[in-house]
Design a protein around this ligand. Structure first.
Ligand code: BDR
Ligand code: CA
Length: 309
């Protein structure tokens, strides 16, 4: 399995990357970065730190520093800290360098060098992926599968536009371009995230893992966990990007999914960034997303044990 990861490396992105790096039979061949949870300058550093922790060598291509249409994005510091990694204090200096090639150009080049080979896992705002679609209109056809964490499927969001999920909210135009360009993508929504948490007991057990990866997991999650535990409606430790990565690496973990046509609200005064799903087929459009609604959380937990060991 040949994987490209596009990320706005916050806390849960870091875990998704770690999971892929530790999966036998999967090779992460490039990581591209984008502004989202934090500005891309923090995201770049965060990805290099994750590679240091995991002792992995993967080229990192720096990407978009703002959404296609500027003016709406703000960092998600309450969940991910100002640095995107929960105010990670034990961060060692890195000797790693970023690649010179910009993310969207790298995505286009890699897909052209190996058409039909790469699974692209998008864990942040879809700015780079949209730019790649515009740079090369054949880019979507050259990608074997696009899996993305983003969007809502029943208007239960996590942003100030309360029906919109964060990644779609950050760059709605990019999400619309990508959904339009890809004949089919796999979507891991915010509601599916809310349905599949780890219990706090499971979180505590993982955070007690005394390995470099385990200590990194504990140190980078303290801010998020403090924040989330305040909210009674949050059912446990949430796993947005790791769930998207888990179903990529182990598709058999999917228990329930359905094909639908989806697009993105770009105008709504209170709903900009909401994904709009045509459940009734009213638009008579071909389905463009496989929406995952059920998955095997125990299998995801086993992947965490593997990656923190
Ligand atoms: C998504 O937004 C970010 O907070 C997470 O990294 C995830 O990609 C969840 O809405
Ligand atoms: Ca993310």
């Amino acid at each position: 399995m040949r994987i490209l990861i596009d990320t706005d490396c916050g806390v849960d992105d870091a875990q998704a990357i770690m999971m892929a790096l530790r999966q036998p039979g999967a090779t992460v061949e490039a990581i591209t970065t984008v502004t989202g949870n934090a500005h891309v300058k923090h995201v770049n550093r965060n990805v290099l730190t994750v590679l240091d922790v995991m002792g992995a060598d993967v080229p990192v291509f720096p990407g978009a520093d703002q959404p296609l249409v500027p003016g709406y994005w703000e960092a998600e510091a309450r969940v991910h800290g100002e640095d995107g990694l929960g105010g990670y204090t034990n961060r060692p200096a890195t000797a790693r360098q970023l690649e010179a090639e910009p993310a969207a150009a790298a995505l286009v080049r890699l897909a052209s060098e190996a058409p039909g080979q790469y699974i692209l896992v998008a864990l942040g705002p879809l700015t780079n992926v949209a730019l790649a679609c515009r740079l090369d209109p054949l880019f979507p056809d050259k990608i074997r599968q696009l899996v993305f964490m983003g969007g809502t499927i029943s208007a239960l969001g996590n942003t100030r536009n309360v029906t919109a999920e964060f990644n779609a909210y950050c760059d709605p135009e990019a999400a619309e371009i990508v959904l339009d360009a890809f004949a089919q993508a796999t979507m891991l929504s915010w509601e599916t995230t809310l349905k599949h948490p780890f219990t706090w007991e499971q979180y505590d057990a993982l955070a007690a893992t005394d390995t470099p990866a385990g200590r990194f997991f504990r140190d980078t999650t303290i801010t998020t966990v403090d924040y989330l535990r305040q909210f009674r409606q949050v059912p446990g430790y949430l796993l947005p990007d790791p769930l998207a990565m888990a179903i990529t690496l182990r598709p058999e973990l999917v228990r329930e999914s359905a094909m639908h046509y989806a697009r993105v609200e770009l105008q709504g005064r209170a709903t900009r960034g909401q994904t709009v799903i045509d459940y009734m087929g009213l638009l008579e459009r071909e389905s463009n997303v496989s929406i995952v609604t059920g998955l095997d959380t125990a299998g995801v937990y086993a992947l965490y044990q593997q990656m923190l060991a």
